[in-house]
Design a protein around this ligand. Structure first.
Ligand SMILES: [Zn+2]
Ligand SMILES: [Zn+2]
Ligand SMILES: [Zn+2]
Length: 307
């Protein structure tokens, strides 16, 4: 999952104020609507956001899957515990209070009339005492209270009995964004989305692979790379920015000459960091800065990306 896709997902979450990302089951696949809406399939983004403390991973359900083809498109049947037939019906046992006869409701029928098979009186609802629900096996005729369950795969036709073995079940998860997750997402990613929107509005084009090849032949990786008038601007996020980081990025600016490098950080920058970055030709953007877009605009003007 590249950074652009991550931002797209985060923007989707922010716009819709999504608090729960629930799975849905589609044959052999567990789907998340947010991913299918955005034309994505890779769920590694969720794990990334979990490790960043933005989302919490929680058990949604343990579902039955076909042990032959892996499909979740399963039907379940009740099976007679005596003969194994799946031709079973649910019935209600009732007592005729006037004579004491007890049997299944179907035995109180004679043609279209409801008649007691023992005392032959016509049945009134008030004279019937409903006692229990049972199964009746249409193959062997026996009654039983608890049917055994058996599964049938609608995709491959496999029949299998319940078991808790790994190839028979799968635990599926949903993801939750709580209050602290919202605070993090707003702090860490909202400014990124503003930066992205600002650049696109000002005629920058996003490079698909966010890599730039230096004169050495080495490909340098960034989080986002934009192109405008044959010049590149590359953005990289650094959590706690140090002088060592600046040195490391300075090497990239030497190798990739036609690139304006922006380091985006979440921490407040101090004078030493600012002096070094100026010296090394690195542009800084801090999310601690209330006017991060203004600062970006000024730096882009200096670099002649904007008029
Ligand atoms: Zn199957
Ligand atoms: Zn039976
Ligand atoms: Zn009776």
């Amino acid at each position: 999952m590249n950074f652009k896709q991550k931002l797209t997902i985060i923007q989707y979450i922010l716009n819709r104020r999504i608090e729960k990302i629930k799975p849905s089951i589609d044959h052999a696949k567990i789907k998340y609507e947010i991913l299918s809406d955005l034309g994505l399939t890779d769920i590694s983004i969720f794990n990334e956001l979990v490790s960043e403390g933005i989302m919490k991973k929680k058990v949604f359900a343990t579902v039955v899957k076909c042990n032959a083809c892996g499909s979740f498109y399963i039907s379940s049947f009740y099976k007679c515990p005596f003969c194994g037939s799946i031709l079973v019906e649910g019935e209600t046992i009732a007592t005729h209070t006037l004579c004491g006869y007890t049997g299944t409701l179907s035995t109180f029928k004679e043609g279209n009339k409801e008649i007691c098979p023992v005392c032959k009186r016509e049945i009134k609802k008030s004279d019937l005492n409903l006692r229990a629900h049972v199964f009746t096996c249409k193959s062997c005729g026996k009654n039983f209270v608890e049917g055994r369950i058996t599964h049938y795969c609608n995709d491959c036709g496999n029949k299998f009995d319940p078991s808790n073995e790994i190839y028979n079940i799968e635990t599926i998860y949903y993801y939750e964004i709580d209050k602290s997750g919202w605070e993090k997402i707003t702090k860490l990613y909202k400014p990124w989305i503003n930066i992205y929107d600002f650049l696109i509005e000002n005629g920058f084009i996003l490079k698909d692979d966010s890599k730039i090849k230096g004169e050495s032949g080495i490909e340098h990786d960034f989080d986002l790379v934009f192109k405008k008038n044959d010049k590149y601007s590359a953005f990289t996020y650094v959590n706690k920015l140090t002088i060592e980081d600046l040195l490391r990025f300075h090497i990239k600016t030497i190798d990739a000459k036609n690139v304006a490098l922006f380091i985006v950080t979440n921490t407040k920058t101090d004078k030493q960091i600012e002096d070094f970055s100026r010296k090394y030709g690195i542009n800084l953007l801090s999310f601690e800065d209330k006017n991060v877009i203004k600062s970006l605009e000024m730096q882009l003007k200096e670099l002649k990306f904007l008029d």
